[in-house]
Design a protein around this ligand. Structure first.
Ligand code: ZN
Length: 151
C-alpha cells in the first residue's frame, strides 16, 4: 500500500508539472463556439509577459457561416455596442466588421461549422484595460460575449 501511495504521489507531481508548463505558454489561447449563441468560455486572459497573443476560434458546429457564423472580436467594454452596430451596417460581405475601425482591437474571420480562424495581436496598452470579446454576427453580441484581460 505504501508503494501505491508513493506512485500516486509521483503521478500527481508529474501532472502538476505538465499543468504548469502549459500555463507558462499562455500567449496562445483557444476558444470554441458551436451551433448555439455561445462560446465555451466566459472569460479569457493572458499574462502581461506576452508581447503578443494569438487567439484561435474553432466552430465546432455544422451550420454554415451565413446561417450561424461566428467570429471573435475584441474591443474595450464601452465600444462593444458601437462595433457590433457598425458591423451590422457593414454587412455579411464585410464579415460584419466595419473596415478600418480603430475600436476593433483584434478580430478573427467569420467562420462556419468545422472551420478555424486565428488572430495575433499586440498586447501594448492592454494591461489593466477592461475588454470584451464578442461575435458580430447579427444578434449574437447580446449574449455571445465574455471578458478579456491582460494581467
Ligand atoms: Zn456568432
Amino acid at each position: 500500500m505504501k508503494k501505491l501511495a508513493l506512485i500516486l504521489g509521483l503521478v500527481s507531481v508529474l501532472f502538476a508539472m505538465v499543468g504548469r508548463s502549459v500555463w507558462a505558454d499562455d500567449c496562445s489561447l483557444s476558444v470554441e463556439a458551436g451551433d448555439t449563441l455561445a462560446y465555451n468560455l466566459t472569460s479569457m486572459s493572458a499574462p502581461a509577459s506576452c508581447e503578443s497573443v494569438t487567439v484561435t476560434l474553432t466552430h465546432t458546429g455544422k451550420m454554415a457561416a451565413n446561417v450561424m457564423g461566428h467570429n471573435w472580436v475584441l474591443a474595450k467594454d464601452a465600444d462593444v455596442n458601437g462595433v457590433a452596430m457598425d458591423g451590422l451596417t457593414a454587412g455579411a460581405g464585410a464579415g460584419y466588421l466595419k473596415a478600418d475601425d480603430s475600436r476593433i482591437l483584434a478580430a478573427t474571420g467569420l467562420i462556419g461549422g468545422g472551420e478555424t480562424s486565428s488572430v495575433t495581436f499586440s498586447t501594448a496598452g492592454m494591461v489593466g484595460s477592461a475588454m470584451t470579446f464578442f461575435c458580430t454576427f447579427p444578434g449574437h453580441s447580446y449574449v455571445m460575449k465574455g471578458k478579456f484581460s491582460i494581467d
